[in-house]
Design a protein around this ligand. Structure first.
Ligand code: SAH
Ligand code: SF4
Ligand code: F3S
Length: 436
């Protein structure tokens, strides 16, 4: 039996596409392996969102030379966003790679790797306006929790962002396909589902908008927790907020990218939201549930960002009280609008702003975690704790990680739901004790 090794970089949508590719290979009888040197086929699903993401992938792809020397029959495909972005140039640099496959061409991967393709092309990068996973379903991410992409591409064209150029225009996946995939997962025992899209709450088909889709998913037997990422602040309708706060299966957590705290910078980013709109979404969610979990993405040192703009970012970060934040240093991406502008800030200046923001957010994260102490929460157990194998890690509805010890004699495994009293904090990590 042939074995495949699959490495994934980038966002959850890439994880989902990898699961699609895995499913197609397994339907053809292949088995997964964690060891690239043990594989007949290697697939690297790549990301281009920041320069660092590309550099890491390129360095790791170069290292596959050794596996190819051990097994000259080995076939390697690089797919996803970086394949699309830089395939023609990398073809010459990364000789070890047999095929570069763009995001819309993932279905070709099995035939390419398995030698069914007899041509001499190495680049399969065409955009396919029709590609929308029609009738295709991915391998589960785990036995109890999985991703389902409901939107491909993006129409927003934020001025710093390369995603729309690589993933193409926004397409919403057929509602019946989405519901079928969730049902299939639930039938296999999955209880948590995460719906994915670059602006996931803009979802709209003739059958459902996003609020309706959440309701439909919540009616599927066996599903206990519904998550989604990433919503755009602009697409929070009143109906949606109502479902988010009142449907008991929809988790009280959202990752809502802020990007900057300064209105002029947001305008320059072409974000289609301002700070008032952003804060109004947060206030609506947190006024009903002060524990509503909110995380965000923030870019530091965007081209043209002054010290005063950055001070606004610090101010809004303080005001919004994010539970966590992904904070990025601006990385100009060739082909995007903002990359045409010359940067004035040095790398050190950008890094210094980033460090200040991280420090502020760390203190807020700690405060938000401390706020949880004393509460009794239901956890979905995810895995053994990284530090101590005898301990387990689970997540609350509002997406807080909690470490706890299983009680004597009681077997608890990933996928179980348990009640825990949150009673301690070590570092940033919340700890809990099992309730009887
Ligand atoms: N679609 C999502 C974000 C996808 S990209 C949204 O708009 O909400 C994930 C994050 O990467 C973005 O939110 C942004 O913060 C960051 N990012 C995108 N392009 C970037 C760039 N050129 N430099 C630094 N960070 C960037
Ligand atoms: Fe990029 Fe903006 Fe689309 Fe998000 S919404 S993927 S940041 S263009
Ligand atoms: Fe990266 Fe592509 Fe996702 S650029 S963030 S993998 S859409």
């Amino acid at each position: 039996m042939k074995k495949y090794h699959l490495a994934t970089y980038g966002c959850q949508m890439n994880e989902y596409d990898s699961a699609m590719i895995a499913q197609q290979l397994e339907l053809r009888g292949c088995l997964p392996t964690d060891n690239p040197e043990d594989a007949d086929y290697i697939i690297v699903n790549t990301c281009s969102v920041r320069e660092k993401a590309e550099d890491t992938a390129i360095a790791n792809i170069s290292k596959l030379k050794h596996a190819k020397e051990l097994n000259p029959e080995l076939k390697i495909a690089v797919c996803g966003c970086m394949a699309k972005n830089r395939g023609p140039e990398l073809l010459k640099r990364l000789k070890v790679v047999d095929f570069f496959v763009g995001p819309d061409q993932y279905k070709k991967i099995p035939e390419l790797l398995m030698g069914e393709y007899k041509g001499h092309h190495k680049l399969f990068l065409d955009e396919d306006i029709e590609e929308n996973y029609l009738g295709e379903y991915a391998k589960l991410q785990s036995d109890f929790s999985t991703f389902v992409t409901i939107q491909r591409g993006c129409n927003k064209r934020c001025s710093y962002c390369i995603v729309p150029y690589l993933r193409g225009p926004e397409k919403y996946r057929d509602t019946n396909d989405v519901l079928t995939e969730v049902k299939m997962a639930a039938d296999k025992g999955v209880t948590e589902v995460m719906l994915l899209g670059q602006t996931v709450n803009a979802y709209k088909t003739p059958n459902a908008d996003f609020a309706q889709l959440l309701t439909n998913v919540s009616e599927i037997e066996g599903i206990r927790r519904i998550r989604f990422t990433s919503p755009h602040p602009r697409h929070y309708t009143n109906e949606l907020i109502d479902v988010l706060l009142n449907n008991p299966k929809v988790c009280h957590y959202a990752h809502i990218p802020l990007q900057s705290g300064s209105d002029p910078i947001l305008k320059k980013m072409r974000r289609q939201h301002n700070i008032d709109q952003y804060m109004s979404v947060i206030e609506q969610l947190r006024s009903k549930d002060p524990y509503y979990g909110i995380s965000t993405d923030i870019i530091c040192g965007f081209v043209g960002e002054t010290e005063a703009d950055f001070a606004e970012t610090l101010k809004v970060t303080e005001l919004a009280q994010f539970d966590t934040a992904f904070m990025f240093i601006y990385s100009p991406r060739k082909g995007t609008e903002s990359a045409k502008e010359t940067e004035i800030l040095t790398s050190e200046e950008k890094l210094e702003r980033h460090t200040r923001l991280v420090e502020l957010q760390n203190s807020i994260t700690l405060k938000r975690n401390e706020m949880m102490l004393g509460r009794i929460e239901e956890l979905l157990v995810e895995k053994n704790s990284m530090r101590d194998d005898s301990e387990l890690r689970g997540r609350t509805d509002n997406f807080k990680k909690v470490i706890f010890r299983p009680a004597n004699g009681k077997i608890i495994k990933p996928g179980d739901y348990v009640k825990v009293k949150l009673d301690d904090i070590r570092g940033w990590t919340i700890r809990g004790t099992l309730e009887d």
